[in-house]
Design a protein around this ligand. Structure first.
Ligand code: B12
Ligand code: SF4
Length: 523
């Protein structure tokens, strides 16, 4: 049977990384089937185009995965496929939390023939077998004989054959502006491809932050893959980049990559010992980054960016969402430690929490300005279905759009905050993005990074320009041209330095762990 796994686009931005679930399920598909992958973020298809693709390739089953944010689009596409007579199975966090919705058991139209609840590593082969026989059930759940949910153990994690997958649709080099490619080539970075590959080294997070889907979905007991299997995957990717004359970076998508510091350190030591370093990014809670040895190993093993959910600078807010383990007093020291190790921080903030008042953006920005510059991102507190936050707000009658996902609007509140109006909360987010990615801020950040290596600065500038696009639509050439023009100062400065370096060859700055790197931002 031919199977299509499809991930819809989010209708707003281009995603920069493929979704792991598709590659994982493809690897777990029993032999004898052919699996096609389409990520709508990389390859936008209309309903008609998708149906046409399915017809042309004689697809017998379509699997659709989606977060809450993309579910409206997922239903829209599923409806067209089902109307064309192709069975659709849906999986992922959203349909797991509200399975009645895709199955039309809530009185609304049905969108899926079957739903895979929770982690589908074990149920997927059964789904494929039933679909082939034409006996799809409505619900597939990973239950044992006592009817209890079983979380897959990651000891026997499959080998994902990245080196044999068609990754062309995820080649990011295609999105690099020509000027950036020319600049990179001046430094011998004549990459034919650039891929950001998702790898999981473990699943689960015990912290149970109120707004988060993860603890409920993956559970609070953490499961890890063996070091060997993770390192082998990295080595496979290194071989791939050599073969393709390209570049690979890795996103360890674990929810909390250092949740067990002892295990993380042993993995990082093995990465270093087996020379499996590639540039990588991971999500790590700030409380785990107090450990100097851990941060040093993180840097030595290839990490370049760490994503931290700082959420708020107000301890009361953090307590109100069960995230009191974040200590705002410590943020600066942690961020300075990362900067000393040449690690870039992606800091995430949420506005609209119960203790937020008008002016929260200005207050947060002032604090951010006292830190080494990073890549801040801002969002609004969003009640995702089945989270404790959703239940609390629903019980208090505070949800203004209880099914906000069916009328998805980015950066729009779905409930009434206590100390700030919804309009004001949305304006605060706008202000935070405008200020953090203004040409002035980007120029000042680049000034601060002046002592870093040229490639490091170039990549940071590209990240700033790309991150800006999370809030401000940047999908057309015209929009990109505007952004490049607005930021011509630091771009031309880098270009001039590139020329100077090219024509007056100098020893390249080594990757530095020098603890004397500046961590104070210039006034
Ligand atoms: C990586 C990641 C991202 C990446 C992008 C996604 C990508 N390209 O991989 C980035 C960083 C960009 C991102 C952004 C966001 N993310 Co995110 N992200 C994740 C993360 C950490 C890992 C996803 C992953 O690969 N997991 C591992 C795979 C194996 O698990 P899985 O996807 O759930 O798949 C399994 C099952 O669900 C099932 N399954 C999944 N799909 C399908 C389909 C079929 C047909 C079947 C049968 C089974 C099946 O089988 C798989 C194997 O068991 C998850 C948390 C998590 N641990 O999953 C959050 C998570 C998915 N993100 C979340 C959110 C909220 C967001 C944002 C909206 C955050 C924000 N405010 O901006 C944005 C939106 C992004 C967008 N494009 O619009 C939430 C989603 C909650 C929800 N109810 O939808 C999660 C769960 C985290 C959380 N804190 O709650 N994210
Ligand atoms: S630490 Fe992160 S992954 Fe864990 S529960 Fe909190 S928000 Fe979710």
């Amino acid at each position: 049977m031919n199977i299509l796994l499809y991930n819809p686009d989010n209708e707003i931005t281009n995603n920069f990384m493929p979704h792991l679930w598709m590659f994982l399920l493809k690897s777990l598909t029993p032999p004898g089937h052919k699996v096609f992958l389409i990520d709508g973020n990389a390859r936008r298809l209309s309903r008609e185009e998708l149906v046409e693709y399915v017809r042309e390739n004689h697809i017998g089953l379509v699997g659709i995965g989606a977060m809450t944010r993309m579910i409206r689009k997922a239903y829209h596409m599923a409806d067209a496929l089902r109307a064309a007579g192709v069975p659709v199975v849906m999986g992922g966090p959203h349909v797991t939390e509200v399975p009645d919705e895709p199955l039309g058991r809530d009185g609304e139209p049905r969108h899926a023939d079957a739903v895979a609840l929770g982690e589908a590593d074990q149920t997927w082969p059964a789904i494929v077998a039933d679909a082939e026989r034409g006996t799809l059930k409505e619900i597939y759940a990973p239950l044992n004989t006592d009817g209890k949910e079983v979380k897959p153990c990651l000891d026997d994690y499959p080998v994902i054959p990245w080196d044999r997958m068609d990754l062309d649709q995820f080649n990011l080099i295609k999105h690099f502006p020509k000027m950036a490619r020319r600049l990179l080539s001046l430094f011998g970075m004549t990459w034919q491809s650039f891929h950001l590959i998702p790898i999981e080294s473990g699943r689960g997070c015990p912290y149970g932050c109120e707004f988060c889907t993860v603890t409920g979905f993956f559970g609070d007991s953490i499961r890890f893959r063996s070091n060997e299997s993770v390192v082998n995957e990295l080595l496979m990717l290194k071989a791939l980049e050599k073969r393709e004359k390209g570049k690979v970076a890795v996103f360890f998508i674990d929810d909390n990559f250092a949740i067990n510091a002892r295990r993380t350190k042993s993995l990082l030591r093995e990465i270093i010992a087996r020379d499996a370093q590639v540039p990588w990014v991971a999500q790590i809670s700030m409380n785990l980054l107090r450990d100097e040895e851990l941060v040093s190993l993180i840097a030595q093993s290839g990490c370049r960016w760490i994503f931290m959910g700082l959420e708020s600078i107000d301890p009361e807010n953090l307590k109100s969402v069960s995230k009191g383990f974040n200590k705002p007093d410590e943020y600066k020291a942690v961020l300075e430690r990362l900067a000393r190790h040449n690690l870039h921080a992606i800091t995430s903030f949420i506005f609209g929490m119960d203790n937020d008042r008008p002016g929260v953006a200005a207050r947060t920005l002032e604090v951010i300005r006292s830190w080494p510059p990073g890549l801040p991102v801002f969002g609004l507190l969003t009640p995702y279905p089945a989270t404790p936050l959703y239940d609390r707000l629903a019980a208090a009658g505070r949800l203004t759009r209880p099914k906000h996902w069916l009328e998805f609007k980015p950066f729009t509140m779905g409930f009434t905050p206590l100390g700030i109006s919804t309009d004001q909360a949305e304006a605060e987010v706008r202000q935070a993005w405008s200020s953090s990615y203004s040409p002035e801020t980007i120029a000042s950040t680049m000034g601060w990074l002046e002592s870093r290596s040229f490639p490091d600065r170039l990549i940071h500038l590209l990240c700033c320009l790309a991150f800006r696009g999370i809030y401000f639509p940047q999908m057309t050439r015209r929009e990109w041209a505007q952004v490049l023009f607005q930021n011509r100062g630091p771009i031309l400065h880098l270009l001039a330095q590139a020329m100077e370096l090219k024509f007056k060859p100098q020893p390249r700055e080594p990757f530095s762990l020098d603890p004397q790197l500046p961590v104070e931002r210039p006034a």
